[in-house]
Design a protein around this ligand. Sequence first.
Ligand code: SF4
Ligand code: SF4
Length: 343
Amino acid sequence: MTKKKINKKELGKLLSQWSQQFAVLTPTRDGNGSRMAPWDGEDTGFLDWYRNTTVSARAVFQPFAEEMFRFQKDGDGYHIEATAPEDRKRLLFGIRPCDARALTIIDMSFKDGYEDPYYLTRRNNALLVGLGCTNPRETCFCTSLGVNPGESKDVDLMLTDIGDYLLIEEVTPAGSDLLAQTGGLEEATEVDEARAREATEAVQGKVTRKIDTKNIQEKLLAGYENREYWEQVSAKCISCGICTLLCPTCYCFDINDELVKKQGTRFRSCDSCAFSIYTRMPVENPREEKWQRVRQKVAHKYEFYPMNFDVIACTGCGRCIRLCPVNWDITQTLESLPSGSAT
Ligand code: SF4
Ligand code: SF4
């Protein structure tokens, strides 16, 4: 497997080169937070401040709002003008292993039964260049979900910080092709590879928050009807939905029509099971009470998704802990699940 390296001072040149072929997105500051956004052609300072983006990389593939089609009404009825799925070739530079894994997880849902052309067209036209973590946050618990913060099989190329250089490793055939076409790289030496291995091992030790996922599905099932427990753990939640909107593995959306005179647009926007008005359009929300909605959020990730796709729909990125305005903590909930006793 080919391994190359690039001096960090040359990163701008590398991104410029890739920009000839792709729309390149990098971690970018946005107000008080950050997101993956089009590279400005110059700045590589994110290497110094970036830990993970506030808005997960999912938003590149499932934007908060998007147009699906336009329609017009006349005497013959409705005429639909489809909005072509966005098929720009994109390269996401610096995606973290937890967020890359999250995309692999939600791909399953967007491909299941009905293939979602909007999401999948973006996904199929994107290359992921991963960047291993060096400084996880206290809220990260990725290692408990089988994610190694220093490496990833969910990207096309994987980069590891080895000091003055970034080691570049090919992961997929698409990554190999890109590497073969890329100029200005140096061959990695055995010393570089040893440094990368050390960095990957060291960063795993920095993820100190842990949860025990053994038998988690059984535990959730046993405590599912324990209303007293769910009321207690959901008490401080204010149903703002931030945890789900920023979560890389949540993907619910709502569909609306906007009609002005006889011209309309159908669009969809991200939705949240934390909202009391969730699903109220087709029927009443089956989870009117807050404790039911908090239970749904946890059970969907740790019980229902594994039932359907054999994988837990959480990567331990910690956003839902760090960005919750009332410090609700999914790890505390998972670690305090009752053994049963319905009330
Ligand atoms: S971010 Fe916190 S307060 Fe808001 S819905 Fe999620 S758990 Fe509740
Ligand atoms: S549930 Fe929380 S920790 Fe898990 S992937 Fe979503 S935001 Fe990250």
